[in-house]
Design a protein around this ligand. Sequence first.
Ligand code: SF4
Length: 400
Amino acid sequence: MFPERVLSGMRPTGLLHLGHYHGVLKNWVKLQTEYPCLFFVADWHALTTHYETPQIIEENVWDMVIDWLAAGIDPSQATLFIQSRVPEHAELHLLLSMSTPLGWLERVPTYKDQQEKLNDKDLATYGFLGYPLLQSADILIYRATQVPVGEDQVPHIELTREIARRFNNLYGKEPGFEEKALEAAKKLGSKRAKLYLDLRNRYQEQGEDTALEQAKAMLGDSQNLSLADRERLFGYLEGGRKLILAEPKAMLTEASRMPGLDGQKMSKSYQNTISLRETPENISLKIRKMPTDPQRVRRTDPGDPEKCPVWQLHEIYSDERQKNWVQEGCKSAGIGCLECKEPIIDAVVRELTPMRERAAYYSEDPSMVRNIIADGCERARELAQETMREVRESMGLDYS
Ligand code: SF4
């Protein structure tokens, strides 16, 4: 019922590296050509874990936006904004917190997990417990229909769906709802209104799912309905309530296979990263220093690519012919490790050179980046305010 819209955010907690590019940004670049996309800097989320060191967040916000632009995120296709510049996120978070059972938040699997993983920080805070709800507010305020996530984030989307459902059930009861829905149906035109009511009866009386789908498709195609009427008609199909918040779907994305320079996951905390703005000299130096299969002590010792982090990079950057060259050359000691690393160095330099150049271009003109974000915040805020008007009205908070 709601137009397709993708939302995704990133915490500004450090310089972006190849892990971010292959895990998230490459996908964003593709998504922005397929859907209306909103990408945001999740600075409030960063505060839930870095509340004692807010200066880190401030430093990283603008660098992160520059890295997004350098990686190919196009502000003429996607809306880029900063979460805290759209204060409606906080308002919706607060209003949702009124009806969210505590147990729903305590059960989120990443809550305990993260607390254990980040045990150097005191995360027994109200903000940290509430961060999945803030995430829900981020999604629901834009009525995003799709949220790209990895497997581990799926429970967060499920939680968001439950929160939206609960909200619609609690606050979607409008006085005179049925009359308003029937009035709205008339706006479809007499033939389509009759078909709509017929499909609704078939679904409600005989449980025909196909009738429900057909009616939804028909409403989706109707151009001449206001947003409020559209919500009423969708709500009326399945029950007697208006749908104010949209239930998003998880858009599963593959986890990044990008290893760090030591073979572990690429992460700033392991100091094994190649940043998106790394110079060719540094790229070469870092890759040349990478550990390889420990069995290859001498050049003449055969090795096994499966035991070598460089092979994981070949899996990402090399074609079949080159991969065969590595497999055969490594196992027969026909190639040396430095020789094996050369094509990876070339591929990473090729990939990062245009990004480094674009980053330099944006860094030289900070006002351009600030303007891009100001425009994005304005666009995002309009959408957020549209939802909040209805949320406030449905909760009896519209005093105009
Ligand atoms: S030849 Fe390549 S795959 Fe084999 S150990 Fe050396 S770097 Fe690793």
